[in-house]
Design a protein around this ligand. Structure first.
Ligand code: KG4
Ligand code: ZN
Length: 329
């Protein structure tokens, strides 16, 4: 398996990438963020229709940026689970149609498996084992990765995902989406004492962020116009980052793992990368994170995960469907 076209349309970004093996030739993202802004969240029906509009131009742009023709594509990797059904269907129907027309294999990829292997963008030789923290808008999971397709869930959030916590807290501070980016930038200049915010008491490998949201709402109300946005942003960032770091390091120590990875949209957070890097160094384990452009949703990560499977001769049949929720394979 040489050249792959990869497609990701599970939520509100239409993404396509071209890869030669594990080498990324192009990685194009068309964001719907402006479309959904007026509703204050992703509207599934509107997202699906926007994917229908964007899919062909985005694939064309990915081919052009890679300077390759469609006839040179040997396989297709596409996110088929989990996600918004309408959004996933656009990418999967496109991939199936193209695979049939060109008589090439296609493969449905789990979105989180894409995030897991986004670290191949930093080290293409890596195949595990590792303790990997997946932190995105929909998931916060600690996973033992033993190799491609061999994953074991160590712990996860009881309620909100870390990215969801960033997004909801940003909204309470009237900061624009994506919340994680706004909070990071508001926090970046602040260097004083934080507002006291609670840390949830849950299991050693569990997370909980719903209490934080309530505490921030109370803080905003009680401080009123006195609220210092930079201080609030720094406090929220620390309240999310610290439990992520503490529990990931605990998992690494418990399992004796020699490598720790962090992936997913929230892994773009510089404070999280810095703190995890620091702690990994302290306990003497390797720290691996994706390049910044592969942290948030993109096609290249689906191509990287897809390549590991397509290379082994795996492919999906015409009956393979999309799924709103699905455990990691
Ligand atoms: O992986 P992703 O692009 O989509 C999902 O699969 O959910 O993650 C999106 C999440 C959003 O919640 C966004 O606020 C967060 O990642 N995010 C960040 C940063 N960039 C994106 N959170 C913290 N710091 C960032 N720099
Ligand atoms: Zn994602």
């Amino acid at each position: 398996m040489g050249r792959i076209l990869a497609i990701e349309s599970s939520c509100d970004d239409t993404c396509a990438a071209v890869l030669d093996g594990l080498s990324i030739r192009s990685n194009i993202i068309s964001s719907q963020i402006k479309l959904h802004k007026k509703w204050g969240g992703v509207v599934p029906e509107a997202a699906a229709r926007a994917h229908v509009e964007a899919i062909i131009p985005v694939v064309q742009e990915a081919l052009e940026a890679a300077k390759v023709g469609l006839e040179s594509i040997e396989g297709i990797a596409v996110t088929n689970r989990p996600g918004l059904i309408g959004s996933l269907s656009v990418g999967v129907a496109f991939a199936k149609g193209l695979a049939m027309a060109r008589n090439i294999p296609w493969l449905g990829v789990h979105h989180l498996e894409g995030h897991l292997w986004s670290v191949l963008g930093s080290d293409p030789t890596f195949r595990g084992p590792s303790v990997t923290l997946i932190v995105s808008g929909g998931h916060t999971e600690l996973v033992q990765v033993d190799g491609p397709g061999r994953y074991h869930l160590l712990g996860q959030t009881r309620d909100d995902a870390a990215g969801e916590a960033f997004d909801k807290c940003a909204r309470l501070l009237s900061l624009p989406a994506p919340g994680g980016v706004s909070i990071q930038s508001a926090a970046s200049g602040y260097d004083g004492q934080n507002y006291p915010l609670p840390q949830a008491r849950v299991g050693a490998l569990e997370f909980s962020f719903s209490g934080l949201k309530t505490a921030v709402r109370n803080l905003v109300q009680s401080e009123g116009t006195r609220l210092n946005i930079e201080r609030a942003a720094a406090s929220i960032q620390a309240a999310i980052v610290e439990p992520l770091v503490k529990k990931t390091i605990f998992a690494a120590e418990e399992s004796g793992s020699e490598t720790v990875c962090v992936v997913g949209g929230v892994s773009a957070n510089l404070e999280l990368r810095h703190r995890l890097g620091e702690e990994c160094q302290r306990i003497g384990v390797r720290f691996l994170s994706p390049p910044l452009e592969l942290c948030t949703d993109n096609g290249a990560m689906i191509g990287l995960a897809g390549f590991l499977r397509l290379e082994l001769g795996e492919q999906s049949g015409p009956e393979v469907d999309v799924l709103a929720s699905a455990p990691l394979p």
